[in-house]
Design a protein around this ligand. Structure first.
Ligand code: AMP
Length: 114
């Protein structure tokens, strides 16, 4: 998608603070962090929302969780705990329509979320 900001980050067309990447997935720090650690785990391939996932995306979505685990260990928050969130569509707060898993940690988390 030519007008998607996360596709542009994945293509290296705009800068981001990338902390992990492989052939399928990219992880970079959120521009507007809501916790001491706040990163976004995205697939390189454009998928607009969770509603657009297909059965064949199961491995990709699973890999995103495994990458979250690895990055949490790297960031030193695996043991204390962290939160992963997908916002799906505007009513849940999605503002960038390229799926992304937020991973937040480094402070206590409240429940329920706002
Ligand atoms: P959401 O509201 O769930 O769609 O989350 C989008 C997230 O992307 C927000 O937390 C933004 O701060 C973050 N964001 C938007 N543009 C960028 C960017 N260029 N680099 C890093 N994070 C971004």
């Amino acid at each position: 998608m030519t007008d998607c900001i996360f596709c542009k980050i994945a293509a290296g067309e705009i800068p981001a603070d990338i902390i992990y990447e492989d052939e399928d997935v990219l992880v970079f720090r959120d521009l507007n962090p809501q916790a001491p650690v706040h990163v976004l785990i995205i697939p390189r391939r454009h998928i607009a929302t969770l509603n657009d996932l297909q059965q064949e995306d199961a491995e990709l979505i699973g890999k995103m969780s495994l990458v979250a685990k690895t990055v949490a260990e790297q960031e030193g928050i695996a043991q204390e705990g962290y939160r992963t969130v997908f916002n799906c569509n505007a009513g849940a707060g999605q503002t960038v329509f390229h799926i992304h898993m937020h991973m937040l940690g480094g402070r206590p988390m409240n429940w329920p979320p706002g």
